[in-house]
Design a protein around this ligand. Structure first.
Ligand code: ZN
Length: 242
């Protein structure tokens, strides 16, 4: 009798699902038999068949990885033009293009990314695994090429130094631009956002290059510029070798 019930259950659940060969499930069902012996004529062991069915697609139980959360400020966005070159090229447009590419690349990795304006209200108490503000240097330095990455003058979070180190190294590697420490300004080391965000959010500013001598890579190959920044963020979040 019990065997017949099990057989009926097999036909009802195991076979239509296509995953459970009759023989295999039969032996599993038999194995669960002792659990219910002596409990009388239980005719609806539906509960017994459910675990058998759900146990099959085990891959869905894979460990969910941690999802990084990053904030990207498009420098001057929503506020002003930033530097303006004699021919009309505006820093804010260059920053916005790079920032959008960075956000898209990070989103492709499944990360949570906020694209923020320069004085975004969300910066107040902002909490994330990292905040990076993207700027570019003006056209006022003929003959100058290079980028720089800086965290707060008095770093609130020690990991901000790791963030700076990662972004600087991988950005240089991708773009081939040199690190230019000579033109770091208070605008970078005392950047307003450092004083608005949560103290535990590591933050840095990158000046991606000079709008005059580095214009070609900043405007024509902004995908490379963005990839360099993304490599640096991956290095910071996941460790070396993005
Ligand atoms: Zn700027």
């Amino acid at each position: 009798m019990r065997f017949l019930v099990l057989l009926a259950l097999l036909a009802a659940f195991g076979v239509p699902m296509g995953v459970i060969p009759i023989v295999a499930v039969g032996s599993e069902a038999t194995a669960s038999d002792p659990e219910r012996d002596g409990s009388g004529p239980i005719l609806i062991p539906l509960g017994a068949s459910t675990p058998t069915a759900t146990a099959v697609p085990a891959p869905s139980l894979a460990v969910t990885p941690y999802t990084p959360h990053i904030g990207i400020i498009a420098g001057h966005s929503g506020s002003d033009s930033g530097a303006i070159c004699p021919d009309g090229l505006q820093e804010v447009d260059v920053n916005r293009d790079v920032a959008r590419r960075v956000v898209a690349l990070l989103a492709q990795r499944g990360w949570i990314v906020d694209l923020l304006d320069e004085f975004d209200v969300r910066l107040n108490g902002y909490q994330a695994d990292a905040l990076l503000s993207i700027h570019a240097d003006s056209c006022g330095f003929p003959g100058k090429s290079g980028f720089k990455v800086v965290s707060a003058e008095s770093t609130f979070t020690p990991s901000a130094n790791v963030l700076v180190d990662c972004v600087a190294r991988y950005y240089a590697e991708r773009t081939g631009l040199p690190f230019d420490a000579n033109t770091i300004t208070y605008d970078m080391t005392r950047y307003h956002a450092y004083y608005e965000i949560d103290r535990n959010t590591p933050a840095a500013v990158i000046e991606t290059g000079f709008l005059l001598d580095d214009r070609e890579i900043l405007t024509q190959r902004s995908g490379v510029v963005a990839a360099g920044i993304v490599d640096g963020l991956v290095c910071f979040i996941e460790g070396e070798s993005p």
